[in-house]
Design a protein around this ligand. Structure first.
Ligand code: FES
Length: 109
């Protein structure tokens, strides 16, 4: 059978660490909203890409940003692989890492 007629998958899988959770996400749905809908306790506040609370490290896979992350994340964070979960749709299966935060909102060492 010719692969040109093969329908692309309409879902992707997101592996979320350190919780060791895998969720399935429909194409075009955002990472944060899909995770929350599936019961994942994900730090967040605004859900519109302005607070940075939902930031996460993209370990592997491809996402499509729904806005320029540079409005919220520092150049250093972007270089470290941070993305905004509330403003990311998936282009492939992905693996992300949520870093724990201190009470002041900074990552622990
Ligand atoms: S929840 Fe505020 S930037 Fe994502």
């Amino acid at each position: 059978m010719l692969n040109v007629f093969k329908k692309a998958s309409s879902t992707s899988v997101a592996r979320i660490d350190p919780m060791e959770i895998e969720i399935t996400i429909e194409r075009g749905d955002r990472l944060l909203s899909s995770a929350l809908d599936q019961g994942v306790k994900w730090p967040h506040r605004c859900k519109v890409g302005s607070c940075g609370t939902c930031k996460v490290i993209l370990v592997s896979g491809d996402i499509k940003p729904q806005l320029n992350f540079g409005y919220v994340l520092t150049p250093e964070e972007i270089n470290e692989g941070y993305i905004l979960a509330c403003q990311s749709t998936l282009k492939s299966d992905i693996h992300v890492l949520i870093k724990p935060r201190s009470r002041k909102g900074k990552e622990r060492q």
